[in-house]
Every structure is written in structure tokens, then in C-alpha cells.
Design a protein around this ligand. Structure first.
Ligand code: ATP
Ligand code: MG
Length: 280
């Protein structure tokens, strides 16, 4: 297949399982035989650590730190394809966060011209990763309006937003959906795929009722699939996969993947219909 669909896992709230969800969603897809790349754009490097350990400590033969995703975006001589690492799961790769670029902590926005908002999209296209992978999933820190986060939206096709019923503040979600609409002026292809509930504990009746109430009230904004809370053994430990540890949560992610792929297929059909109509 190839010609990747790019999905941005984003929410300005912290600790709502963005990283866990990107990895679990990717693991389910990879197990189904799709080629998947996780792009770690979070300076905390949690998805990198979880999948391949402390990448920023690795050195080449000359003792220099290895380039990661930031270097590939910043430096024209380093391709994103060259920094990609295999993980313990077949078909699941990661473009790791290196934390430091040439000895300095960086934020893309501090180095690059803040108006070059296509910088990540261009690297995806030029490095060949869009042609090679079926899905590219982007992980972030808890922010949406920054330069990096915006450049990720510009490089994406869809946005998926994990949220807890506890943390859910509809105004935050509405703000995110509005921001996605704003970014459409740079990337008309971008669409909000949906928000989904995570860390759901049905025995906490108030929370569960609140989640159901939101799903009923806001219809298509929320996915039907939800992810139960489960005591997870070493979830974010190096090289350990949720898929191997948590039957219930992973079933939730399987439902989410199935629902997301069906929704994407429908949205693609309507995008194509619109293009046909516009071209007539
Ligand atoms: N289904 C689950 N059940 C129980 N705990 C979970 C589940 N999914 C994730 N967690 C735990 O919840 C915590 C937050 O998850 P995670 O790091 O993925 O969130 P995040 O949104 O990426 O956080 P940040 O904003 O810091 O990037 C982690 O300790 C993780 O192990
Ligand atoms: Mg995270």
C-alpha cells in the first residue's frame, strides 16, 4: 500500500494517554500487517523511550549523538528515513526524539522561521516516508498552538483526541476543533476524526454516565469506542507493549482502529466526491 494516512494524536491536556494511544493504535495496525511509523514530537520523548529505550544516549562510532526527528526536520542533509528505528514489534517503526540537537535542547520554533509551517509536511514528502508507510501517527506534549504542534497539523490528514471523562472540559475540546478548522487554511485536507474516552472505569458511575452523556449529545464528535482503565504492568517501560499486557485496553484500541478506519474511508469518499463535483 503506502501513501500514508497521517494521524495526529493531540490534546492540550496532559496525561490523557496521547502517547499510550498512539503506540497502542499503531501496534494494532502493525499487527494487522500495516506499515506504521510513530513520529515522536514530544520533547519528553516518552514514545521513543517506551519503544526503543533512551535514544538520546546512543552514539555513533565517533562518539556523536545520533540524529533524531528534530535533526531530520531542521537539517537538509539528514533525511527522516535515515533516523527511523525498528521496534520490538514488526511493522512498527519510530522516528525518535533525540532531546538534544548538537548538544542543545531545541524547539523547532526557536530555530526555524516561524512562518515555514510546511516544514514537517515537506520532510514527510521528500524523505519518502509517505510513500513507504500506510500510517504515520504523531505524538505530542500537551500543547496545540505552538509552532511544532501546528506544523504537525499541517502535515496531517486527521486528528484523534484522547480524553478522560474526568478531564473533559468541553470548552478545551471545542477550542481544539476550532483550531483544527483554522489550520485548514494551511492544509485543506485536515479533518477532525474524533475524540475518544480513555481511562474509563465503569464502576465510577458518574464518570461513565458523563462520558455516555457527551457521546449522545455531541454525536459524531466522539468515537463510540472507548478505552477502559486497567492496571497495566510496566506500560511505558522500555520495549514493553500494551498489546502484550492489557487485554481489555487493547480490545478498546482494536475497536477504535476499526471505527477510525471505517470513518476515514467514508470521509475519503466524501472528499473525493467533493473533488469530482468541484472539477465538473
Ligand atoms: N488504559 C489505561 N489504563 C490505566 N492506565 C493507563 C492507561 N493508558 C495509559 N495509562 C497510564 O496513564 C498515564 C498517562 O498516559 P500517557 O503518558 O500516555 O499520557 P499523555 O497524554 O501522553 O501524557 P503527556 O501529556 O505527559 O504526554 C501513564 O502513566 C500511563 O501508563
Ligand atoms: Mg505523552
Amino acid at each position: 500500500m503506502g501513501k500514508a494516512t497521517v494521524i495526529d494524536f493531540t490534546n492540550q491536556k496532559g496525561g490523557v494517554t496521547k502517547t499510550t494511544s498512539a503506540i497502542a493504535f499503531g501496534s494494532v495496525l502493525a499487527r494487522e500487517g500495516y506499515k506504521v511509523l510513530i513520529g515522536d514530537f514530544d520533547p519528553q520523548g516518552n514514545s521513543t523511550y517506551s519503544l526503543i529505550g533512551e535514544y538520546s544516549q546512543r552514539k555513533d562510532e565517533s562518539g556523536n549523538s545520533l540524529p533524531g526527528i528534530l535533526r531530520a526536520i531542521i537539517d537538509d542533509t539528514v533525511s527522516l528515513a535515515d533516523v527511523v528505528q525498528e521496534t520490538g514489534l514488526e511493522n512498527l517503526h519510530i522516528a525518535p526524539m533525540e532531546k538534544k540537537v548538537m548538544g542543545r535542547s531545541v524547539q523547532l520554533g526557536k530555530i526555524l522561521d516561524n512562518t515555514d509551517i510546511d516544514v514537517i509536511k515537506r520532510e514527510f514528502a521528500n524523505s519518502g516516508v509517505l510513500d513507504y508507510y500506510d500510517y504515520i501517527l504523531l505524538d505530542h506534549g500537551p500543547k496545540i498552538h505552538g509552532f511544532e504542534e501546528t506544523a504537525c497539523l499541517v502535515a496531517s490528514d486527521y486528528v484523534l483526541t484522547p480524553t478522560t471523562a474526568r478531564a473533559l472540559d468541553m470548552s478545551g475540546l471545542i477550542e481544539l476543533i476550532e483550531y483544527v478548522k483554522e489550520v485548514k487554511k494551511y492544509n485543506p485536507n485536515l479533518a477532525f476524526l474524533g475524540a475518544f474516552f480513555t481511562l474509563i472505569n465503569k464502576s465510577k458511575v458518574n464518570e461513565w454516565n458523563k462520558a455516555k452523556e457527551y457521546r449522545d449529545k455531541y454525536g459524531d464528535t466522539f468515537m463510540k469506542a472507548f478505552i477502559p482503565q486497567e492496571s497495566l504492568v510496566g506500560l511505558l517501560e522500555e520495549g514493553e507493549f500494551l498489546i502484550e499486557h492489557s487485554k481489555k485496553a487493547i480490545r478498546g484500541y482494536e475497536d477504535l482502529v476499526e471505527e477510525s478506519l471505517a470513518k476515514i474511508e467514508n470521509l475519503e469518499k466524501s472528499k473525493n466526491r467533493k473533488e469530482v463535483v468541484n472539477n465538473v
